[in-house]
Write a protein that binds this ligand. Structure first.
Ligand SMILES: *[C@@H]1O[C@H](CO)[C@@H](O)[C@H](O)[C@H]1NC(C)=O
Ligand SMILES: *[C@@H]1O[C@H](CO)[C@@H](O)[C@H](O)[C@H]1NC(C)=O
Ligand SMILES: *[C@@H]1O[C@H](CO)[C@@H](O)[C@H](O)[C@H]1NC(C)=O
Ligand SMILES: *[C@@H]1O[C@H](CO)[C@@H](O)[C@H](O)[C@H]1NC(C)=O
Ligand SMILES: *[C@@H]1O[C@H](CO)[C@@H](O)[C@H](O)[C@H]1NC(C)=O
Ligand SMILES: *[C@@H]1O[C@H](CO)[C@@H](O)[C@H](O)[C@H]1NC(C)=O
Ligand SMILES: *[C@@H]1O[C@H](CO)[C@@H](O)[C@H](O)[C@H]1NC(C)=O
Length: 272
């Protein structure tokens, strides 16, 4: 009898506490947990829960085209397309009138494709500077991009970007180099590497077409300079002597005519 009443009491208490028990522990899960998507491409997200009787569920996001593809009682599969920047996606489920949310951040990437290197100017005199400019259009994330300027196979300069980028961007790198005699005929190029670790184990790389630099030595210039200086000096000597001759000639003639003039005047004076 006592045992029976205890059992009834237990059942009653369980019934009383049932709304509390209805607040069952549940969780919301999203797969993949660390989505990494190429810009413009799409992604499938599976949002699920372990709630026994889920009431409603869905996902929330901004600026992304989205539609439900399939669903089970404990999960929903979404197709999201045309990603253009890093985005947060929220997934929620209602269970016993309680809502729980979970979020993932989608990392967008675009590997380097066209890498171009330009040399400015394309020929240079030993000892003068020239500028190497590397350009990589439409790449992301910049903070995982490394640009390396190469001379042959030797690394001239390497830069990893610090600017944090969440959408497609152009990457530029310029370097001023002083031309050396031994740089003549060497091939310069630019290599771009996008290392997506730790987001995913992917490494993309692309290299520009090589560009050759023409370097002129100024040695022939010295000979030219000496010839030019000698020519100028000779010309000067010639011009100065011509001027002097002319000046002396003029002076002498003036002196003579002047003398005659005075003589003539004196004669005129005497003849009066
Ligand atoms: C759901 O998962 C969580 C965490 O793993 C667990 O604590 C909870 O008991 C589970 N709920 C159900 C109804 O299985
Ligand atoms: C979604 O995830 C749930 C839980 O992990 C799984 O049972 C279900 O089969 C998945 N659906 C698809 C289409 O992968
Ligand atoms: C994809 O996104 C880009 C930029 O956000 C937009 O210009 C383009 O029209 C979109 N394409 C589609 C098919 O929605
Ligand atoms: C990529 O960028 C993230 C964010 O700045 C950084 O935590 C990570 O170390 C970078 N990965 C590489 C390989 O540089
Ligand atoms: C390279 O030199 C040019 C002019 O010669 C200058 O305008 C430019 O700022 C320099 N760039 C770097 C990275 O030093
Ligand atoms: C030439 O480049 C060097 C670095 O390679 C730099 O130190 C120097 O200031 C540059 N000179 C001019 C005139 O730009
Ligand atoms: C530079 O590249 C050209 C062809 O692209 C090649 O013929 C030449 O041998 C290369 N020069 C050096 C120094 O590697």
């Amino acid at each position: 009898m006592l045992l029976f009443s205890t059992w009834v009491l237990m059942a009653f208490l369980t019934l009383l506490s049932s709304p509390v028990a209805g607040e069952e522990l549940f969780e919301v899960r999203m797969q993949p947990e660390w989505p990494v998507v190429e810009a413009g491409k799409d992604l499938w997200i599976n949002c699920s829960t372990n709630c026994t009787y889920p009431q409603a569920g869905g996902i929330e996001t901004r600026n992304i085209k989205m539609n439900t593809q399939k669903e089970g009682t404990h999960w929903k599969l979404f197709h999201l397309s045309n990603f253009s920047e890093n985005t947060n996606i929220f997934c929620y489920f209602m269970c016993s009138n309680i809502q729980k949310r979970k979020s993932v951040s989608v990392i967008i990437y675009r590997p380097p494709e066209q890498v171009t290197l330009s040399l400015q100017p394309s020929w240079v005199i030993v000892g003068k500077n020239f500028t190497l400019t590397c350009h990589v259009p439409n790449v992301v994330p910049l903070e995982n991009l490394t640009l390396t300027l190469l001379q042959g196979t030797e690394k001239l300069y390497r830069q990893t970007f610090v600017t944090v980028s969440t959408a497609l961007q152009d990457a530029w790198l310029t370097l001023n180099v002083t031309a050396r005699r031994e740089d003549s005929k060497s091939n310069f190029s630019c290599r771009a590497e996008l290392d997506l670790r730790p987001y995913c184990e992917q490494l993309f790389s692309a290299t520009s077409q090589p560009k050759m630099l023409e370097i002129f030595e100024p040695s022939w210039n010295n000979q030219m300079l000496i010839i030019i200086i000698i020519t100028i000096l000779l010309l000067l000597v010639f011009v100065i002597s011509v001027c002097l001759c002319f000046a002396y000639g003029q002076h002498w003639r003036q002196h003579r005519t002047g003398g005659y003039g005075v003589l003539a005047a004196w004669r005129n004076y005497r003849n009066r």
